[in-house]
Design a protein around this ligand. Structure first.
Ligand code: ADP
Ligand code: MG
Ligand code: MG
Length: 942
């Protein structure tokens, strides 16, 4: 068997392969080759880790031999020797997988210490305290990680000694105390493992390597990979980095810390970080001492600070990315111990992207790719004011982005009650259920103590665009006492709290928030995205204000304008009702004639706002009953009317009756007599009877119109065909509005879209109507009125008949909300309220298909429709106007199946623009479409 190379010196790793060396190993190798001061060492590969697991958790046979060979080289380079009493070498043994998993796996420091090397260390440093401190840290870490002795047993010993000696902090312990602790630690290890603590450094090294490998399958690491969906393709096994120890705790010319090459909070181009003088790295992490801002190093260690500045430049010029690096200063010498790409918030990513392009560190494409559409979302929501310095009282899961403040209430009914009084409310529950939905409506945000990012609360809140923190387990709710308890803080019902659903944080009181802002840097970045993308981006907008806003946010047209929204305005609804309930053709015509100018002026304003760009207007879509009062409401009103009617009859006689009973009332009856006269008048005019009759009529009509399943009933084009006057009026309003503006010299591009179409015959019928209206309008205005004509594709049959539909249609627009309902045979409301959360939890469905486009089912139908549609009409314009249009993954899918544009709500436009650019840039990486369906994808020929 050809032996595999399992060990690479840092300077030796030629092709820097993160998968093989892990992120940390690759970084150390790369920095070594760049000439940065990395302590010498070597990396044991992830491949060795995989062998370890294939081989019953035993190291590959040749491994320790290979380690020995490389150890020699490190010894030569450092002039020190592992296990030597005169000049001992010490190592850190550090894990590192291809994907960084901060804090999930273990690091052992000071390896190589034993009774003999300890003496050497004391001699070299002339600092017994330091040496014993290093030793006790090593025994503890090694004992815990490699030998499985419980940490708390070590802590017990430490604490007992502290108590005995009156030491408050670890630093109050002197050398003799620490020496004593070491002795006790060694005794503890022997007692628990049955054998003495291993003295031989090579044995220590072997055990440490094995321990790091084992930690890969530790619960912590496995949970982390599961939570963040780290698959074996992304990271398989951990590497082990064996790195010469350098000591930041060798006096006041020593230090340790962590730095960023730029400020990860703001993106400002300055060295950013923290350090501690005379300390070891773990002190910074453990929070035992409070570190100082790196800027103080300028005065305290000016030479090192200059080197840090130089390092910052070198790292960025090499990695072309902001770096997050660890460093240690040993007796005035700087060492770099780790580097990786810095994690930044969205704001910082935007600023650094823009500035790094100006500095020629990266190109525009890279700049655009650095900002993930999901991260951009952070910037588009309300956030906690970045100047706010307070700390959260609890942290849960970031389940739905945005920040919100309100009075804490503990059930949905109370939320509704308090909300109706005009107060802001945060609904706080252990978990939410479908019957809490009214509480969601009344709340600014939702906070739950249980449940993950796919819990009911999370899914519903995201659907409503409300902030949500879920799974906040530190919080306990006492429903009887009507309070919530976090640690030792009690939050009484009605007290203000603030949640930040982008970070999962909970704050006490009303924390200041800032509205989303699109700053200049972001605008630049979006402009670059526009230059890259080939997919069009339009907005869904129903009003001229919406259109103006959409245009500002970069919309290249309106992909969906819903005319029914205009029908709901308070001054229109009565006319709309009249139109619907009209008993005769003439009556209906009257109502419609009243609506025409209103719609015409609506369209005019929208067209004007969008001059030069296409505007797709959808003809009336929802079932008519949506505009009518419900039968229950009507029946209730009718009942009241009848009661009044009966009351009137008795009241006519009331004053006579009273006079009869007691003549002394005669004096005080003047007012009543007046009322009675009025009542008689009402009765004579039969006002009450008329009202009752009218109400009866309405009720009867409403009942007539009632449908068992209105969403599948008399709506959309079906309605247009049965009540042609309505569609005719809308078409006329569209074309006349266009005509009037064209006369003003504007470039108007109306697109008339028909909803709910399932057969080409429907579309042809409406098309004839449009032609007829166009002819009349052109004659009236004496100009040509251009228009495009198209159909929604939101019915399964329409997908199947796309070839025929394209004979009539200039464009298709996928209505993926309805198409998703139709494909799954789910009604959205019922699904989201009743079973989807559970489906997501159980992984029966990965996502909510109403949020994340189901590419395997709905997407496949779309592909068929596109294929067949374009066979008939190669230049067929095809868009998507469901809510999915603004979802990054759906945008990517839309791009790859060849859609012409996506249309989304105005606030999501920046996300769609960015996602479309990403889709274009990522196109090269993947084979088209295969990603979306593992089955071979064949489209039957027509
Ligand atoms: P993590 O992956 O959790 O960042 P590391 O392997 O980076 O763990 O080790 C944790 C800390 O241990 C480092 O931040 C550093 O301060 C310290 N450390 C690791 N290796 C060395 C070394 N060779 N010399 C000095 N300190 C080290
Ligand atoms: Mg580290
Ligand atoms: Mg629809």
């Amino acid at each position: 068997m050809k032996s595999i190379k399992f060990v690479y010196l840092f300077e030796e790793a030629e092709a820097i392969d993160k998968k093989l060396l892990g992120g940390k190993g690759a970084g150390l190798a790369e920095m070594t080759r760049m000439g940065l001061p990395v302590p010498p060492g070597f990396t044991v590969t992830t491949e060795a880790c995989l062998h370890f697991y294939e081989n019953k958790k035993r190291l590959p046979k040749s491994l320790m031999e290979e380690v020995g060979v490389n150890l020699k080289k490190v010894e030569e380079k450092t002039g020190k020797k592992l296990g030597s009493a005169q000049n001992p070498l010490f190592f850190s043994v550090r894990s590192g997988a291809a994907i960084s998993m901060p804090g999930m796996m273990d690091t052992i420091l000071n390896l190589g210490l034993n009774d003999k090397t300890l003496e050497g260390l004391i001699k070299i440093t002339s600092d017994g305290r330091f040496a014993y401190d290093a030793y006790r840290r090593f025994i503890q870490l090694f004992g815990k990680i490699a030998l499985g002795v419980e940490e708390k047993e070590f802590d017990q010993i430490l604490n007992q000694t502290k108590e005995k000696t009156g030491a408050k902090e670890d630093t109050d312990l002197d050398g003799d105390h620490l020496k004593d602790i070491c002795k006790q630690y060694l005794g503890l290890v022997k007692k628990r493992t049955g054998t003495p603590f291993p003295e031989d450094p090579m044995v220590q090294l072997r055990l440490a390597i094995e321990a790091v490998f084992r930690s890969w399958m530790g619960k912590r690491a496995m949970d982390y990979r599961k939570e963040f969906n780290i698959t074996p393709e992304m990271a398989n096994g951990t590497a082990v980095n064996v790195c010469t120890m350098v000591f930041g705790n060798m006096g006041f010319d020593s230090a340790t810390g962590v730095a960023f090459t730029r400020d990860p909070g703001t993106g400002e181009n300055i060295l950013y970080g923290e350090y501690l003088v005379n300390a070891q790295g773990e002190d910074v992490v453990a929070g035992i001492r409070t570190p100082k801002p790196i800027q103080e190093m300028k005065k305290e260690m000016p030479k090192i600070y200059r080197e840090m500045e130089r390092t910052r430049k070198i790292l960025e010029e090499h990695f072309h990315e902001v770096q997050d690096f660890e460093f240690t200063v040993e007796k005035g010498t700087l060492y770099i111990l780790q580097t990786r790409n810095g994690k930044m918030n969205a704001q910082a990513i935007v600023r650094t992207s823009k500035e790094m392009v100006s500095e020629k560190l990266i190109n525009r494409e890279k700049a655009v790719l650095r900002l993930k559409p999901q991260e951009l979302e952070q910037l588009l929501h309300k956030r906690i004011d970045p100047n706010f310095k307070g700390k959260p009282v609890a942290v849960g899961l970031a389940a739905s982005p945005g920040a919100a403040s309100g009075k804490a209430v503990f059930d949905a009914d109370e939320a509704e009650r308090v909300g109706k009084l005009g107060h802001k409310v945060i609904l706080v529950r252990e978990e939410t259920k479908p019957e809490d939905i009214h509480g969601f409506f009344a709340s600014q945000g939702i906070l739950t103590t249980r449940g993950g990012k796919t819990s009911h609360a999370a899914v519903v809140a995201r659907g409503m665009g409300k902030p949500c923190v879920s799974g906040c387990e530190e919080l306990r709710i006492d429903p009887k006492g009507r309070e919530a308890i976090i640690k030792n803080v009690n939050i009484k019902e009605g007290e203000f709290i603030t949640i930040d659903g982008s970070r999962g944080e909970v704050y006490l009181g009303e924390v200041p928030t800032v509205d989303p802002e699109i700053n200049k840097d972001l605008l630049t970045l979006l402009r670059w995205a526009d230059e890259i993308r080939t997919l069009g981006v339009r907005a869904n907008a129903d009003t001229s204000e919406g259109a103006v806003k959409a245009r500002q946010l970069g919309a290249e047209g309106i992909g969906l304008c819903r005319t029914e929204r205009m029908f709901n305005a308070a001054n229109r609804l009565p006319v709309v009702r009249e139109m619907i309930l009209a008993g005769s053709k003439e009556k209906r015509a009257e109502a419609i004639a009243e609506l025409l100018p209103m719609q015409r002026s609506d369209f005019k304003e929208i067209f004007r706002a969008m001059a030069g760009l296409p505007v797709t207007i959808r003809l009336l879509d929802p079932p008519l009953h949506e505009f009518l009062p419900s039968a229950e409401e009507l029946a209730e009103e009718l009942r009241k009317l009848k009661e009044i009617d009966t009351a009137f009859s008795t009241m006519e006689n009331i004053s006579d009756a009273m006079k009869f009973l007691d003549p002394s009332f005669r004096e005080s009856l003047g007012l009543l007599d007046h009322v009675v006269t009025d009542i008689v008048e009402i009765k004579e005019k039969r006002l009450d009877k008329k009202l009752i009759r009218k109400q009866h009529d309405t009720l009867r009509k409403v009942k007539e119109m009632m449908e068992v399943n209105p969403m599948l009933g008399h709506r959309g084009v079906r309605l247009g065909i049965t009540y042609p006057e309505i569609y005719k009026m809308q078409i006329q309003a569209i074309l006349e509005a266009a005509a009037e503006l064209i006369k003003e010299g504007l470039d108007i591009q109306p697109e008339i879209m028909v909803p709910q179409v399932c057969t080409a015959q429907e579309l042809k019928w409406v098309y004839q109507l449009v032609l007829k209206v166009q002819k009349e309008a052109e004659k009236q205005y004496r100009i040509r009125i251009p228009f495009k004509f198209g159909t929604m594709i939101e019915v399964v049959r329409a997908c199947m008949r796309a070839g025929r539909l394209a004979e009539v249609a200039d464009f298709f627009s996928f209505g993926t909300n309805d198409l998703t309902q139709a494909t799954f045979s789910f009604s959205r409301e019922d699904a989201e309220n009743k079973f989807l959360p559970l489906y997501n939890q159980r992984k029966i469905l990965q996502d909510n298909p109403f949020e994340v486009l189901d590419v395997k089912g709905v997407g496949r139908l779309m592909m068929i429709a596109i294929e067949w549609g374009r066979r008939t009409k190669p230049d067929l314009k095809i868009g998507i106007c469901g809510e999915h249009g603004g979802h990054p993954e759906s945008v990517e899918f839309s791009h790859s199946i060849g859609l012409s544009y996506v249309s989304c709500s105005a606030p999501r436009l920046p996300i769609a623009r960015l996602a479309a650019a990403h889709a274009k840039l990522k196109e090269k990486e993947k084979k088209p479409l295969e990603k979306y369906d593992p089955d071979v994808f064949g489209i039957p020929s027509v």
